[in-house]
Write a protein that binds this ligand. Structure first.
Ligand code: SPV
Ligand code: MG
Length: 291
């Protein structure tokens, strides 16, 4: 099934679904092998892996190049965290065109200003986009997609910026009327009170997506009870790799030896398997007369 259709089915499915963060082709492949039906190309993780901040320091074409590797390495759909769409409606609609060309089936845009800042850094100091301008951006994106199943998700940052429920609902409804396929409602609280209040008023006007990074201790059953469509585990491959790499580097530095790490790291065979080395071996037998 084409990736756009897969992503649409995930978002519209009646039951709660999950996607997991990746920031490279390797991590994307690992997400797919773990069983996830979709991948979150996190802006935070992509930028961190590039050694820059989550402030649009990496250009959108640099992000696109990584996405192409991620998409080539996997068969499940990728939802790109497209920040603000990297500019106004015109930049955002060009982004849609380029994503479709590279088989990236969907993008999430957030109602902040370019260059954005991560929602967990001084959220309340962050200005929100003008509602009408953001609706124009959604419309332009939906009007420019070629594949009817391409997905545009609109992320409401009203709770993050401290504007409260009324503003969150007003924005979500405006984005629905502008033609978005789903709403992502974000919260930085450690409980789900904001999300719960939103869901009670929202009903099921459109699928709702959440990012429970800060309310990680809330049982997942609660997400289903509230009628959430999709939950994004947004940065846990990046963070687990940081922990693993720090541990390994420190151990090798300290020991001046590999003796204490060999048993704790993936064998080289696993690296070769993930790279599909075997397929090249077979292809050489087929196509290289000398092999
Ligand atoms: C990301 O993963 O980059 C996100 C989610 O946008 S958050 O970091 O929670 O803003
Ligand atoms: Mg982000």
């Amino acid at each position: 099934m084409k990736k756009t259709k897969q992503l649409r089915e995930l978002i519209e499915s009646k039951q709660l679904e999950f996607i997991m963060e990746a920031h490279s082709a390797l991590s994307a492949k690992i997400v797919e092998e773990a069983g996830f039906k979709g991948i979150w190309a996190s802006g935070l993780s992509l930028s961190a892996a590039l050694g820059v901040r989550d402030n649009n320091e990496a250009s959108w074409t640099q992000v696109l190049d990584i996405l192409e590797f991620m998409s080539d390495a996997t068969s499940v759909p990728i939802l790109l965290d497209g920040d603000t769409g990297y500019g106004n409606f015109n930049n955002a609609r060009r982004l849609v065109k380029k994503l479709e060309q590279r088989d990236i089936p969907g993008v999430c845009i957030e109602d902040k200003l370019f260059p954005k800042t991560n929602s967990f850094i001084k959220g309340e100091a962050q200005p929100l986009a003008d509602i009408n301008e953001f609706c124009g951006k959604i419309k332009a994106m939906k009007d420019s997609q070629n594949d009817e199943d391409f997905v545009v998700v609109s992320r409401v940052e009203a709770f993050i910026a401290g504007w409260g429920l009324k503003e969150a609902l007003k924005r979500a409804e405006a984005y629905r009327q502008a033609g978005t396929d789903a709403v992502l409602i974000h919260s930085k609280r450690s409980d789900m009170t904001e999300i719960e209040a939103f869901m009670k008023e929202w009903g099921n006007r459109l699928p709702v997506i959440i990012v429970p990074t800060k309310y990680y201790s809330v049982p997942t059953d609660k997400f289903s009870d509230l009628g959430i469509s999709l939950s994004i585990w947004a940065n846990h491959n990046l963070r687990s790799s940081i922990t693993a790499m720090q541990k390994t580097s420190a151990q090798i530095y300290c020991d001046k030896s590999l003796i204490n790490v060999e048993k704790n790291v993936s064998p080289l065979e696993e690296v070769f398997r993930l790279q599909k080395a075997e397929e090249l071996d077979m292809a050489e037998k087929l196509y290289l007369s000398s092999a």
